[in-house]
Design a protein around this ligand. Sequence first.
Ligand code: NAD
Length: 296
Amino acid sequence: MSEIGFIGLGNMGLPMAANLVAAGHAVTAFDTQADAMATAGQAGMAVVDSAAQAAAGRDFVVTMLPDGPIALKVFGEIVPAAAPGTVIVDCSTIDVASAKREHEMAHKAGLGCLDAPVSGGVGGAQAGTLTFMVGGEKGDFEKATPILDVMGGRLVHCGAGGAGQSAKICNNMLLGISMIGACEAFSLADKLGLDQQALFDVVSTSSGSCWSVNTYCPVPGVGPQSPADNDYQPGFAATLMLKDLGLSQQAADEAGLATPLGRHATDLYRAFVDADEKGSDFSGVTRYLAELKRDR
Ligand code: NAD
């Protein structure tokens, strides 16, 4: 049993922390929202008044926060409060530069640190089947493995500090691009009078096959059940895809690499979100793409 501080009890953090409680760990929780704190208390967590109190004297501190600036602000509060030897595990999706800064802050204070963003969404958080992409020292990864195993179904140690965030944004840049490709293929097939099921039967077993078609087909009534079958209710919200594509472009800027399709996917998702589709699943971008007219 470990003593764990958990900071950020939103859609993802709350079920992740609840799984730690269910596995017998002592979880001390903090969130800036009173309703999140109330729900955490009902789920068997001790609730405290600050991030520093959640971090003091724990074996691990897990953070699940909206973005890099907030995560760095919280690190500024928890690093001075945590006891030497504590391992801080930031599961938020943030920019690579901020993740590297977190490692520096923690190491300077004699703390362990992992950047450990996840994929699998709220369903994976509830079921404890998230995939963790982890950056940081191998020893810290090994120490944290027992608690990550409670929240996740698969752990990948990707390399040094920042490698977890790098893996996450590269994966999601590819996902955004491949979803747009899948949507374009099904829209064109439709205009050509080709049956959507026939296209699925071909693509899903041919060289065009990919997760966006085989598992998460953006067309209703085709392939396994997906948000397309539920009027594009998320799933994985378009705003979160836009956030991750933005992080990929920030990283590409810093690395001096063009990633033209990553940039174009970012522009298309921004236009989709701005078209009042903030709350839609990211596969709903097919509705936006299907309306675009070709310049002649
Ligand atoms: P969320 O907005 O539901 O939760 C974030 C929580 O952090 C909120 O409860 C908020 O009150 C709290 N918070 C904000 N500032 C704080 C502070 N200074 N101190 C303490 N708490 C603070 O977001 P979410 O959907 O749970 O996502 C969390 C992270 O996980 C994000 O980085 C997101 O990109 C990533 N992520 C989300 C999903 C998903 O499907 N929702 C999937 C993978 C990754």
